[in-house]
Design a protein around this ligand. Structure first.
Ligand SMILES: Cc1cc2nc3c(=O)[nH]c(=O)nc-3n(C[C@H](O)[C@H](O)[C@H](O)COP(=O)(O)OP(=O)(O)OC[C@H]3O[C@@H](n4cnc5c(N)ncnc54)[C@H](O)[C@@H]3O)c2cc1C
Ligand SMILES: *[C@@H]1O[C@H](CO)[C@@H](O)[C@H](O)[C@H]1NC(C)=O
Ligand SMILES: *[C@@H]1O[C@H](CO)[C@@H](O)[C@H](O)[C@H]1NC(C)=O
Ligand SMILES: *[C@@H]1O[C@H](CO)[C@@H](O)[C@H](O)[C@H]1NC(C)=O
Length: 474
């Protein structure tokens, strides 16, 4: 290569690099110039996800004087709260979130929204216990007696009372005590909690025996037990979507529905200025939200957070999560009596827990011919595979011959709640997983709430979220 060729190459390289530099937005202001002024939304806090915690945060922050924008991918707020209104009878059926805790925080929230509430009366249920693998009623199955349940609940409660901070999140002693890490099946044996196992499953709707006991304590905690004994709340009209419709009325255009986050640009060091840019595609075109702070409420899995430049610490934490599959539906089936609930039980399994993947239960809805069907799986499945499994199970049902006409059901509504219940293994918990996770709060102007940060329970999540909000007011 001659010296002149070398010089030419150097010049070309320099020109090329200048071209690259010019093509890239050099800073956020450059970025902002790509949008018309009416497409730039300036807010104190941008909230990603308009489900239970995102909606709560938005209105609470606005009431405390902050401007907000909520980005929700669906065409409605509410997340796991879903209501089907039967077009004939106009009866609403909550086939997602049903119950709330009787806490002043919950009734304050409903009052703010103008939603009336009532005690959730659970009607006496005529239950059949069927092993859905065979479709046969298990006549030998005897549910736990009230006395045995009461005894086990007492022992369990005394264990919970040793760890009162679990009410407020994953706030664990250091080092994490072994009795929180041990698989729940060993805790059941140690404390003779046999009578309680199926009841806990009915609330959790997933396999619980292999989970670290910590997760069962989080999910079947003191406040939940208090409400099982003294009564939950529900909306007076038995239409929990009313919560989110009223919230949408208050938020107006601050809620960006059917909107997808394309990219988020976060400053590497926090600043009081409007420095976080969130590029969003909305039904009325691309918008740029420019915010001081970001609150993320969606499941923190790396593939779901693909619009975010995850820090190494964030990626290290979020990539450790496992999750389960969970689906809900309402089906039309005239062969099943309207006044029965069919529980899936294992005829020959420990504590008669059902074998999953499978239907968890077929429930009454109050509308003739319509039945609720919940389906659980330890792993992700396609919606079609779940539907086919539900159809095959109905065809197998032989509960008492005359009770059920074993034909395929028609799906009236069907909804995936997967990925559900993000958890990590005992080793990760022991190695300080939740401490590392909670240390992510505030990094790069980003705060977090949602089920993975506490528990899949709207009331307890609103309480947890209250603890996050003060940082967003600063
Ligand atoms: C079938 C079912 C029944 C339940 N029953 C009860 C009950 O009776 N009582 C109770 O207290 N709890 C119940 N739960 C628990 C419930 O999940 C939690 O209470 C609560 O919904 C979790 O709130 P969240 O804000 O973390 O998530 P969600 O409420 O799921 O909200 C997350 C929101 O983010 C949106 N989203 C996802 N990805 C994106 C994205 N990329 N961009 C923008 N938005 C996005 C979602 O559409 C959703 O609206 C139930 C859950 C299920 C699945
Ligand atoms: C909620 O609990 C309070 C006691 O803390 C009780 O007075 C009230 O009746 C309960 N509300 C409902 C609707 O059950
Ligand atoms: C905010 O921006 C102003 C003007 O650009 C600057 O003077 C100030 O130092 C910034 N404040 C912070 C905390 O970054
Ligand atoms: C069972 O369902 C089929 C199809 O819907 C119907 O024709 C039949 O009459 C039903 N039988 C009984 C016993 O209900």
């Amino acid at each position: 290569m001659t010296p002149s060729t070398r010089t030419l190459l150097k010049v070309c390289l320099r020109l090329y690099l200048i071209g690259v530099a010019l093509a890239l937005p050099s800073n956020k202001h450059e970025h902002e110039r790509n949008y018309k002024p009416q497409d730039v939304i300036i807010r104190d806090v941008c909230i990603i996800g308009g489900g239970s915690t995102g909606t709560y945060s938005a209105i609470r922050l606005r009431d405390m004087g902050k401007s907000v924008a909520v980005v929700e991918i669906k065409d409605r707020l509410g997340g796991h709260t879903e209501t089907y209104i039967d077009p004939v009878s106009h009866v609403p059926i909550d086939y997602g979130v049903e119950f709330f805790h009787n806490l002043s925080l919950v009734t304050d929230w409903f009052t703010r929204l103008g939603v009336s509430w009532t005690k959730a009366i659970i009607p006496p249920i005529n239950t059949q216990n069927v092993d859905f693998r065979t479709g046969i009623i298990d006549a030998s199955y005897v549910p736990a007696s009230q006395a045995a349940l009461g005894q086990a609940l007492g022992v369990w409660t005394s264990l919970l009372l040793k760890y009162p901070t679990l009410n407020y999140g994953f706030i664990l002693p250091d080092p994490v005590p072994d009795e929180l890490l041990t698989p729940f099946r060993d805790t059941v044996k140690k404390y003779s909690l046999d009578a309680l196992v199926y009841l806990i499953f009915e609330f959790r709707q997933e396999s619980i025996l292999d989970q670290p006991t910590l997760y069962v304590m989080k999910n079947f905690g003191l406040d939940l037990i208090n409400n099982i004994i003294n009564g939950f709340l529900t909306t007076a009209d038995h239409d929990n979507s009313e919560i989110y419709q009223k919230a949408l009325g208050i938020l107006g255009t601050d809620a960006l529905l059917s909107s997808k986050v394309e990219n988020i640009d976060r400053p590497s060091s926090p600043s009081a200025n409007y420095t976080i840019s969130i590029a969003v595609s909305t039904p009325s075109g691309r918008k740029l939200i420019v915010a001081k702070k970001l609150l993320i409420t969606i499941p923190p899995l790396p593939h779901i957070l693909d619009f975010l430049d995850l820090t190494d610490a964030e990626r290290d934490v979020f990539s450790q999560f496992n999750f389960v599959g969970y689906w809900t539906s309402i089906v039309r089936h005239d062969g099943i009596p309207d006044d029965i609930q069919i529980n899936n039980i294992g005829a020959d399994t420990p504590y008669n827990l059902p074998v999953l993947p499978g239907i968890i239960s077929i429930t009454q809805t109050g509308v003739p011919g319509l039945h609720g069907v919940k389906f659980g799986s330890p792993y992700a499945m396609s919606d079609d595979d779940v539907k086919n499994s539900i159809i095959d199970t109905f065809k197998r049902l032989k509960t008492g011959g005359a009770d059920v006409n074993a034909t395929a059901p028609d799906f009236v509504v069907f909804s995936s709640h997967t990925p559900f219940d993000l958890k990590v293994g005992a080793d990760a918990i022991k190695a300080g997983f939740y401490e590392k996770m909670y240390a992510l709060q505030g990094v790069r102007g980003t705060w977090w709430t949602g089920a993975a940060w506490n528990v899949h329970d709207s009331s307890l999540l609103w309480a947890f979220t209250e603890g996050v909000l003060p940082s967003l007011l600063a």
